[in-house]
Structures are given as C-alpha cells and as structure tokens.
Design a protein around this ligand. Structure first.
Ligand code: LLP
Length: 444
C-alpha cells in the first residue's frame, strides 16, 4: 500500500494529516470526506515550482476545479499562487465567492450557456476557451455589447489516444471536445476568431484525457500542438502566445498503479517542458506562456472517505458483501468506470487482510458498489472503513440519489480538522421542492 505524506498507521488506527481517523469518524460522523491540506499544498507547489524551475516561470498551473470544488479549495489554490479552471457558471460563482482573482480564472466547456458566458465576461475572467463557432459568435457579440475585448484560446483536438478509460479520453477523432487539427476545423477556427473584433486570440488549449501515466502521451500532444502553432504562423501569420496543455496526470488508487511520488511528477513535468522548449527551438517559435490544468493529481490522493460498516452478508460460494453508510451517491466511480480502490479498516489498521469482499453501498440497486474483491480483515458492524484516493471526482460527482445526504468534507491540518463543506440536512433535500396547492388537498 502506498502510504505517503501524512497518511500513516499509529496504535492500530489510520491517521491522516496528524488526525486519528477513528476520532474524526466519531466527531464528524460518517460517511465523511477527509482532505489532507498538506498534501494538497504539496501537489499545488509541485506544479508551481516546476514551471518556475524548468520553464523559467513563464506559465501558470490552473487547478482544474471540477475535481473538487468548494470555497476552501479555491482559497488554497489562490494562496499557493495557482490559477483555476472552471467549467460552469456554478464553479465560477464558487470561485468568486471565495474571492478568487478573476484574471486567473480560465473558463472551459463544450456547451457554455449564454448566461455562463455573460457571467464570465462580467466577472472579468482571464481566458475563455472557445469550443464552438456559435460560441465565438455569442462571445464576440456579448463582448461588443460590453465594449470589451475578451482574451480567448481555441480548444484544439490534436488526435492523441491516451491510455485511459474511454469515457475520459478527450482527444480521439470522435470527441465532443475541441476542433480537430487533422480535418482542418482547428485552422478554420483560427481564421474565424481572428476575424472577430471583440475576441483576442491568445493561443491554443488541449486536454487529452485523465488518469494518464505515460508521459509520452503528454509529450506527443505538446509536439502536435507545436506543429500546429508553426503551421498557423506560416499560413496565417498568427503568433501563438499561450499554450494550455490541460490536465490528466494519473494518481495511485490500488495495487498495480504506479506509486506517484513528488519526484515522479517532477520528472514528467520536466520532460513535458523540455519537449515544448525543443519543439519551439526546432520550429523557431517563441516560447509560449504555458498553462497546465491538474485536478486529480492535486486533490485525488489528498482525500479519503470514511464509512461505518453496517450489514454484512456472506453468500456461500458467491461473495461476501460489506455494506457501508455511503455508496454511489458519494462515489459513483465504480459504477461509471469500474474504478478500483484500496480499503482499510481505520480502527484495526494494522490487521492483515484475511478475506476478499465486495463493498456495497446503501442505494436501492445491485450495481451500487464501491468495489469488488477488496482485501480486508474480517469486518464487523461498526468498524470504520477508509477508502483511499477519493479526493477527486467524488464530492464533485456526488448526488442525492435515493435522497441520501451528500457527505460533508473536512480539511485536516496539523491534526486539527474543520468543515469545508457542511453536512446536508433533510431540509436541504426538500428546500427546492414545490407542492402545488392542488396536490395538498388530497385526503390523508
Ligand atoms: N482540463 C480539462 C479541459 C479537463 O477536461 C479536465 C478533466 C482537466 C483539465 C483535469 O484533469 P485531471 O488532472 O483531473 O485528470 N470524472 C472522471 C474524470 C473526468 C475528467 C474530466 N476532465 C473521473 O472520475 O475519473
């Protein structure tokens, strides 16, 4: 098991950020998302410092806030000197509520709604990544109405097949994202945007996918972007000042995944920046201001989820189900992608696994599992189960399915924990419900 940073076992209990997970479960109840602030800050620092050390500071890491968005994470990103990327009016609103500087916000999305574009313009976000011709029209018109010129990037699809789950590949020929370099639509968009008086084309953006380990995929994408930059200079005299290479760096979830250390990330980033520098030198291009958009690699391993074991069902010859007080409403990733996780009993953390079990949620469907074939000591009702690497795309993809409450999130620093997302209440569940008067008349 890859225990690193402040995740460790002491006196038989799992600890995170200096806090005993059993005590956290008692104090804050379960299910509970727990975040280690030191880990988040370390990973933000890795990106920030690598840009400084290996790329002369000529760039900025934008935390991809879809991985985990709440006011606290935007505040931490700001303190650590990062920008952020947002993909919806809701993420933008949350960032602004946290006082995040709009100039350091970049907005994405393959179908940004008119009101979202207007919100971005009104807030003064630094960059908007254009992903459709109709969006360029809308944005140009709205910027004109405001008497402003908006800085934009074009999302290009360089055509790189990254080795990851098909649902999170984004740069294959069949993709809803971006403009294909191969079929000429990216080039058309360059001339189209250059003709828009209220849009200032700064450069290009690409994102090849998520949970990727091969640095070669990132390097290849960068090389394809640079070749495109060269072509646009040669054919349209367009000087690309900025290049956004997206996110996607993989993290450790379970046995078989490479253990990702700080030095491993640093090496990958060094290789990537090296490829950009080499490409620019080869093509005689000025070095672009570089953006990266890491999400999962910043918050993924910083987070764990704590559950309490409830019912246990052993079906002889078939499998043993350990049910917890969470499920697909706080972690839909097994259902969506068949994701594999590592689990531990936080209150008996030094006991060796003795059996293979499936961890079931409490939702009313058989597919509501958090994992199958997980090695654990014989669990008992009341044990505290910890699942690792749940910091990215868990809270942000949680739902109220079956009217379960989305768990709260706490942030742990130097052994002290505090809420960064409060617990929901049943009142929250009915807050937006409307019972029309004619339905109230029914006889009870
Ligand atoms: N930039 C763009 C344009 C993206 O679409 C994404 C992720 C990122 C950056 C951040 O990628 P990261 O560094 O986190 O890999 N729900 C899926 C992941 C979807 C990723 C969507 N885009 C999951 O749970 O695995």
């Amino acid at each position: 098991m890859n225990f690193r940073n402040t995740l460790l076992i002491k006196d038989g209990h799992l600890h995170i950020g200096g806090a005993d997970c059993v005590k956290l479960a008692e104090e804050f109840s379960t299910p509970l998302y727990v975040y280690d602030e030191a880990h988040i800050r370390t990973m933000m620092g890795v990106y920030r410092d690598c840009i400084e050390e290996f790329y002369g500071g000529n760039g900025r890491a934008l935390y991809a806030s879809k991985a985990f968005a709440c006011e606290a994470i935007y505040a931490i990103a700001d303190e650590e000197g990062l920008g952020v990327d947002v993909v919806s009016g809701g993420e933008l609103y949350t960032a602004l509520q946290a006082g995040f500087p709009p100039q350091k916000i970049c907005m994405h999305g393959n179908n940004k709604l008119l009101h979202e574009l207007c919100e971005a313009l009104d807030a003064g976000v630094g960059r908007i990544v254009v992903d459709a011709a109709s969006e360029a029209d809308l944005l140009d018109a709205e910027a004109a109405r405001r008497g402003m010129v908006q800085d934009v990037l074009i999302r290009i699809n360089p055509g790189v097949e990254a080795h990851t789950h098909a649902y999170v590949q984004t740069a294959t020929p069949d993709s809803k994202f971006g403009f294909s370099v191969a079929n000429g639509s990216a080039e058309e968009m360059v001339t189209y945007i250059l003709s828009k008086p209220h849009l200032r084309l700064r450069g290009f953006h690409c994102h090849i996918g998520s949970q990727i380990f091969e640095k070669q995929s990132f390097v290849l994408a960068a090389e394809k972007c640079l070749a495109f930059m060269r072509d646009m200079r040669d054919r349209h005299a367009f000087c690309c000042e900025e290049l956004d290479l997206g996110g996607g760096f993989g993290i450790w979830y379970a046995e078989g995944d490479p253990a990702r250390t700080v030095s491993a990330y640093r090496e990958d980033l060094k290789a990537l920046f090296g490829a950009v520098k080499a490409g620019c030198a080869a093509y005689g291009l000025p070095l672009p201001f570089l953006y990266l958009e890491p999400g999962r690699s910043i918050v993924g391993e910083a987070g764990i989820t704590l559950y309490t074991v409830g019912t246990i069902k052993d079906i002889p010859g078939i499998r043993k189900y350990i049910a917890v007080d969470g499920g697909m409403f706080d972690n839909p990733r097994y259902c969506l992608y068949g994701s594999v996780y590592t689990a531990l009993l936080a209150n008996r953390a030094d006991e060796a696994p003795t059996e293979r079990v499936s961890i079931a949620g409490k939702c009313c469907e058989s597919g509501d599992l958090i994992g199958v074939d997980i090695n654990l000591p014989a669990a008992e009702t009341g044990d505290i189960l910890a699942i690792f690497s749940t910091g990215a795309y868990h809270y942000s993809m949680a739902s109220n399915y079956n009217r379960n409450l989305v768990p709260p999130a706490i942030l742990v620093k130097d052994g002290k924990a505090e809420y960064i997302v409060k617990p929901q209440t049943y009142d929250d569940l009915v807050r937006n419900d409307v019972l029309p008067a004619r339905l109230k008349k029914r006889s009870l």
